[in-house]
Write a protein that binds this ligand. Structure first.
Ligand code: SME
Length: 158
């Protein structure tokens, strides 16, 4: 397919609904995991212009920084630490309306105000997380959880 992303306006739900088939088309037929993760971060950043969008991948007892869009970030996060490590340990999506109120939040940037972390699951095991940060408070809600979980469900771990 052409690599141009078609950016849609409208409600958040409409934006996700327009974006998801484009993400599927981008990663369909491409077996390379890093290429696919990179394009997903690019697509999400282009559509929503969030402050930071990226993946952390499980390597042993840590999450290690993967493809992302945004400012430089922490490279390693231990299981159970921060929002990402807690999402990994619980194997569930975490929505944090105000990062300063999340005990143990890891501040890669002081500009980050709210966050959503979605685990990447394969046969019930977490093999990474998608982390999205906003410079606005209370940016993420159940709509984001629903569609981001849908987006990561089609990623096949390499
Ligand atoms: N805030 C995250 C760390 C990753 S950065 O936001 C990119 C956390 O608490 O896990």
């Amino acid at each position: 397919m052409a690599e141009d992303l078609h950016i849609h306006k409208g409600t958040k739900e409409e934006q996700y609904r327009a974006l998801i088939p484009q993400i599927q088309a981008l990663i369909e037929g491409e077996p390379d995991l890093i290429a696919n993760l990179a394009n997903i971060t690019g697509a999400l950043k282009e559509q929503f212009n969030w402050f930071w969008v990226g993946f952390y991948l499980v390597k042993g007892e840590q999450l290690v920084l993967g493809p992302f869009q945004g400012p430089v970030a922490c490279t390693r996060i231990s299981r159970g630490r921060g929002v990402c490590g807690t999402s990994w340990a619980k194997a569930e999506t975490l929505i944090v309306p105000d990062v300063e109120k999340f005990p143990g939040h890891i501040a890669c940037s002081s500009l980050s105000k709210s966050e959503i972390v979605v685990p990447l699951l394969h046969n019930g095991n977490v093999w990474g997380v998608l982390d999205v940060d906003s410079d606005a408070l209370d940016q993420f809600d159940e709509t984001d959880r629903h569609f981001l979980e849908q987006i990561v469900s089609v990623i096949i771990p390499g």
